[in-house]
Design a protein around this ligand. Structure first.
Ligand SMILES: NC(=O)c1ccc[n+]([C@@H]2O[C@H](COP(=O)([O-])OP(=O)(O)OC[C@H]3O[C@@H](n4cnc5c(N)ncnc54)[C@H](O)[C@@H]3O)[C@@H](O)[C@H]2O)c1
Length: 674
């Protein structure tokens, strides 16, 4: 229970922004998960500039006190976080009424920001990092304080413009405009190499927003569990006979870290035997203790015995194995343990500094080698990747279905000289999860990670919203075409079991893969329930950027685009602009996220439903575009599922008129004389 005195003090502190008196210097906390020290990349002149940049948030009389402190932070941590200014109040998503605001939209955004910084949710809360090691909400605490102050003052005739965590200010706009516009890491394209990020982030002029970190839309681990479950269920469907289930069939993979840790839980929901190898004992134990893996095994012989037993008894079982994934692939090959589905979720987007641990070294030895002999470490990683790929090839020859999980496994294995290339030039012999599964089965039909947050903070509202979603989806399924019956079923099962799976961490949030029709109808039903008082406070709608239309990323979200346009970013840019004037409460567009700085452009939105007629008009207009933009682009790229979906949408939406591709007969191309 929050006392009214606490609420008043909290409101005052928020409205104050940067305090009028210089706060005491704080000792750096020890017990929390701190962000790694960043590269010391600036020269002396640049460091002066970084300190000068940081001091512009504060009155001149504090500069002498703060200048050296900020330089020390820069030298120690590689960034200036301004720890002294971190507020003393508890950081978490309060019920919406607790926020001082002139519009409930601004209050909802404050709630979402605080959720992203809640220590129960955020990976490195002291450094304002929500997830992914570097997914920042703000660059420093002054930006947080100022932003919250602006939001507390904002009216429905103003828009707050956020430049990579820095609030440029409130500008006059109008009530139909977004209340907040966010950009993160947008660079002149030639300045988008990894070291550019290090440099300009250290200078305090840009940040890496990942996807839902810098756009205030992170909802903890349930987003990943749902996406991984959808992927795994469909991976099994690709190889199982009709009517056959996944019981007693092995899914072999690796990684029990941030996202990868969802795999055993997703395996349990799918109903298979999951074997997930993890070299870091702490990570393996943590996931087991959290109940995300049913058992933990540390000995290879014991693993073999238990897996054979589980196969014989057709069990559903998830095993966290403390050991290297390469050894497991090789041992299972030797023992002839049939692996039905295989993947890998080591962090190969970051291969040389701890994303991938080579076979033959234990965790501590590998970490030591990274420091003492990075060149030898690199050789060992590449050797290990060649071994891993060779063993996977042996399994594939026996019938294993292997897919790349968007972690750059195939890319790095190919760079290491492993045999992973296919028969066509520049193509791997295994698909990515988007090429084979999420792209054709979900994104091309418009299904993606729609989500919502109940701003009352009351679990009863979440229960009510789950129930509404089930009713709406069941109704839609009754007339849905055969092509999307499977997806509808999966989503109904997911939402029916969502509460039982106990995945809420932080705000009262839910994720659900839904298509344009599902998203709009669920949202309209929520709005109606709020109007009628069945849900007690506004609901925030949003989605992951990893979706149908939000993200252009040639090796992940758009890896199933084959017309050459996978290297363009028009779709993500159109999406953010298109959403902004169709009713989004806030929009964001980012460089980087998931696969790395310079490798992806991704965007998202937030929309506050308050039960009003205006909210209903906005949701109808914006959610329709937010999904169909991507389907149109995917259909123009000749993806047959997207062609089906966009034609179906045109047939029922007379104002939609999309350019359709004419398909060319293979013979016409084959007969060309060059
Ligand atoms: N889950 C998803 O939906 C999804 C989607 C796209 C991409 N990815 C990618 O998956 C990768 C993993 O993400 P994360 O957040 O879990 O990263 P993470 O770094 O938190 O976890 C990776 C884990 O792999 C372990 N590991 C490394 N080498 C190993 C080896 N040889 N054998 C066994 N374990 C080993 C590490 O100790 C670490 O705990 C990233 O590259 C991410 O971009 C995941």
């Amino acid at each position: 229970m929050i006392s009214s005195k606490n609420t008043t003090t909290f409101k005052k502190e928020i409205a104050q922004g940067i305090p009028t008196e210089l706060p005491e210097k704080r000792a750096y906390p020890t017990g929390v998960n701190r962000a790694p020290r960043r590269k010391d990349i600036l020269n002396i002149e640049e460091k002066k500039l970084a300190v000068q940049n940081a001091l512009r948030y504060f009155p001149e009389q504090w500069h002498k006190d703060l200048a050296q402190e900020f330089l020390d932070e820069l030298n120690t941590f590689g960034r200036i976080y301004m720890y002294r200014f971190k507020p003393a109040y508890k950081m978490y998503a309060r019920p919406i009424d607790a926020y001082p605001a002139k519009t409930n939209k601004a209050a909802a955004i404050m709630l979402m920001i605080q959720n992203n910084l809640d220590p129960a949710v955020a990976q490195h809360p002291e450094e304002l990092i929500t997830y992914g090691g570097n997914g920042a909400v703000f660059q420093n605490w002054a930006q947080y304080l100022l932003t919250m102050k602006y939001l507390s003052e904002m009216t429905e005739d103003q828009t707050l413009h956020m430049y990579s965590g820095h609030p440029m200010g409130l500008f006059p706009s109008n009530k139909d405009a977004p209340r907040v516009i966010v950009t993160n890491g947008m660079m002149i394209p030639n300045y988008s190499k990894p070291d550019d990020l290090e440099k300009f982030n250290a200078l305090g002029v840009t940040q890496y927003g990942q996807m839902t970190a810098g756009s205030y839309m992170y909802i903890g681990p349930q987003g990943i569990v749902h996406g991984t479950t959808i992927t795994l269920m469909n991976a099994f469907r690709k190889i199982l006979k009709k009517g056959e289930d996944a019981k007693g069939k092995v899914f072999l993979t690796s990684g029990l870290g941030g996202m990868s840790g969802a795999q055993p839980k997703a395996g349990d929901i799918t109903g298979c035997i999951t074997v997930c190898a993890e070299v870091n004992e702490k990570a393996a134990v943590k996931r087991h203790e959290q109940g995300w893996a049913s058992i933990i095994i540390t000995d290879m012989e014991a693993l073999v015995k238990r897996v054979k037993q589980a196969q014989e008894n057709s069990e559903i079982l998830s095993i966290a194995f403390h050991g290297n994934i390469v050894d497991v692939w090789e041992k299972f090959d030797e023992e002839n343990i049939f692996v039905h589905v295989g993947s890998d979720q080591t962090s190969l987007h970051n291969p040389w500094s701890g994303g991938y641990y080579p076979a033959g070294l234990n965790f501590e030895e590998a970490n030591e080698l990274i420091r003492t002999d990075p060149e030898l470490f690199k050789q060992k990683v590449q050797e290990s990747l060649r071994r891993q790929a060779k063993s996977i090839n042996n399994h594939a020859a026996k019938g294993t279905y292997f897919f790349d999980y968007g972690n750059a496994f195939l890319l790095e294995a190919s760079r290491a000289g492993a045999e992973v290339m296919g028969s066509k030039e520049n193509q791997f012999r295994y698909p990515t999860y988007v090429q084979d599964i999420l792209g054709p089965m979900c994104f091309d039909y418009g299904f993606g990670p729609f989500r919502w947050v109940c701003t009352s903070g009351d679990p009863k509202d979440l229960d009510k919203s789950d129930q509404i979603a089930v009713e709406v989806l069941t109704e839609i399924r009754s007339t849905a075409p055969e092509e999307i019956q499977l997806q509808m079923n999966d989503n109904i099962i997911w939402i029916k079991n969502a509460k039982k799976n106990k995945l809420v961490v932080g705000s009262q949030a839910r994720i659900l893969y839904a298509d344009a029709e599902g998203r709009a109808k669920i949202a309209a039903a929520f709005n109606n329930a709020i109007a009628q008082g069945h849900i007690s406070a506004p609901i925030v709608l949003g989605r992951d950027h990893h979706d149908v239309s939000g993200t252009d990323s040639p090796f992940r979200e758009t890896s199933n685009i084959y017309d050459g346009s996978q290297f363009t970013a028009d779709m993500a840019i159109h999406n953010v602009i298109g959403d902004s004037f169709r009713g989004a409460t806030w929009v964001s567009i980012h460089n980087g996220g998931g696969v790395g700085w310079g490798e992806v452009i991704n965007g998202g939105f937030g929309m506050v439903l308050d039960g009003s007629g205006e909210a209903e008009a906005r949701l109808k207009s914006m959610l329709f575009y937010d999904v169909n933009n991507g389907i149109a682009r995917r259909s123009w790229a000749r993806n047959k599922e997207a062609l089906f979906a966009i034609k179906r949408e045109m047939s029922r939406s007379p104002d939609l008129n999309v350019t359709l591709p004419n398909l060319v007969e293979e013979d016409v191309l084959n007969e060309l004389k060059f």
